[in-house]
Design a protein around this ligand. Structure first.
Ligand code: UD1
Ligand code: MG
Length: 454
């Protein structure tokens, strides 16, 4: 793309009543990231845009999410919900600053691809004053219809205002509109609210541009790119499309997904070459898996870094701050949180490792627990290089196990263990020989006495 400047205006002032949720619509998540964040990411990937986000009056959380995702985004408040063109004009100050291209994009259209945004901008570079996206939905009800004459776009008629013959048109408006910056304000200011809904329709821009002898065009895209999310059912359908895209991208990047349809990825999941993901694995946000690592079935991984050739699962849980170095093994029913597991260390069965470091080559036995929380504060456990923690040990933090030290199984360890030492933190075993035999003898004596007195 040339050095044309661009302003993107993201409309996110809608109430989203059909989601039946206390949360604003654009803050619902798809592949571990908000709808709004998906749209902002597509804009960033398309490149070269200033971004304005239009939010509703009670939408501080939406403004906060916009700023968190894109600190330079300008936030504008549309105080009354009077239609899509009215919403765009809430960002009038940003438009007035000037840009070659102005992209209006909906905050609830998270499947839009960066390439499509670039295509819209190319249409402007080729001389269009207004460019829109057309698509042919299975059911066109509710969508604006594109009135065309050959390749020319004449107007958009909203469903509520359309005649029966206009409703028969199958080419619909995807919603996004691109304007040439030179004429955008002049067109937007001519839009009125003389229609069925009494709203300022952004779609009127097409007929107005033609009235001003300015060219308008439509580009056709597939339905999944422009499908807006209004309900939980549509959110679930979009999740399926997004997962399909993410799985496809992972396969193309050289990842082995044994049963792709059972693996759930987050939008930011990073999987290296020759990584193997077995069936039924779920990734939350913030995961990196390095080359050659294997994630076995039924594992849940979030905010974690898995090093080269490591093996995780089956049935493992990696929580935020879990950092596994090369060749680490984390086995079944092991939970790791905020912990560095150094190269070659192993925790293969039934453990909780939180707020800890496990030194290189250390072995954490079955059932070991780092007791990191005392009811008020979290404390750290430090396990040295090559240490051996026997099964079912409770390491009461803060505590330090030195390099090469042994902890006996069943120990409750409350004090530091020096390097190369053995710590046994448990009651000594007592054996009372013949005790059970004597007990049985007493019982049978008691029975005989009772029978004699009957
Ligand atoms: C819009 C289009 C329609 C198109 C459809 C595609 C208009 C007039 N109609 O209709 O042609 O087929 O999208 O999905 O543009 N918003 C605000 N403030 C407002 C009104 C809306 O911020 O005052 C935001 C909403 O949050 C949403 C977007 O604008 O993100 C679209 O609004 P919506 O009411 O969903 O428009 P549709 O009726 O679906
Ligand atoms: Mg809509």
């Amino acid at each position: 793309m040339s050095a044309r400047t661009c302003l993107a205006i993201v409309l996110a002032a809608g109430e989203g009543t059909r989601m039946r949720s206390a949360r604003p619509k654009v803050l619902h998540a798809l592949a571990g990231r908000s709808l709004l964040a998906h749209v902002l990411a597509a804009l960033q990937a398309a490149g070269g845009t200033r971004t304005a986000v239009v939010v509703g009056p009670a939408h501080d959380a939406v403004a906060a999410e916009a700023r968190a995702q894109l600190p330079e985004a300008q936030v504008f408040v549309q105080s009354e919900r009077r239609g899509t063109a009215h919403a765009v004009l809430a960002a009038r100050r940003a438009i007035a600053r000037g840009a070659d291209d102005i992209l209006v994009i909906f905050g609830d259209t998270p499947l839009i691809r960066p390439q499509t945004l670039q295509k819209l901008r190319s249409a402007l570079a080729d001389g269009a004053a207004v460019a829109v996206l057309g698509f042919r939905p299975a059911d066109p009800a509710g969508y604006g219809r594109l009135l065309t004459h050959g390749a020319e776009l004449l107007a958009i008629v909203e469903d509520a205002d359309a005649s029966a013959s206009e409703r028969a048109i199958t080419l619909c408006n995807g919603g996004l509109v691109a304007f040439s910056g030179k004429t955008a304000l002049a067109i937007l200011e001519k839009i009125d609210c003389n229609n069925r809904k009494g709203e300022f329709y952004l779609t009127d821009a097409v007929a107005i541009a033609r009235g001003m002898k300015l060219p308008a065009v439509a580009l056709e895209v597939t339905e999944d790119e422009v499908s807006g999310i209004n309900s939980k059912a549509q959110l679930a359908a979009a999740e399926a499309v997004m997962q399909q895209r993410l799985r496809q991208a992972a396969l193309e990047a050289g990842v082995t997904l044994v049963a792709p349809e059972t693996v759930y990825l987050a939008a930011d999941t990073k999987l290296g070459k020759d990584v193997v993901i077995e069936p039924y694995v779920v990734f939350g946000p913030g995961v990196v898996v390095e080359q050659g690592a294997t994630i076995r079935s039924f594992s849940h991984v979030q905010g974690a870094h898995v090093g080269k050739d490591a093996i995780v699962g089956p049935f493992a849980r990696l929580r935020p701050g879990a950092k596994l170095e090369q060749d680490v093994h984390i086995g079944n029913f092991v939970e790791v949180k905020e912990a560095l597991i150094e190269a070659g260390a192993k925790a293969n069965h039934l453990s909780y490792i939180g707020d800890a470091r496990v030194g290189a080559g250390a072995n954490v036995g079955a059932g070991t627990i780092t007791c990191n929380y005392d009811g008020e504060a979290k404390h750290r456990t430090d396990i040295g290089k090559g240490a051996f923690i026997g099964s079912n040990a409770a390491l009461v933090a803060p505590v330090k196990i030195g390099d090469g030290a042994y902890v006996g199984s069943g120990s409750v360890i409350t004090g530091d263990v020096p390097a190369d030492s053995l710590a046994l933190g448990r009651a000594r075993q007592v054996v009372k020989e013949g005790w059970v035999k004597r007990l049985r003898g007493l019982k049978s004596l008691g029975k005989k006495a009772a029978q004699a007195s009957d």
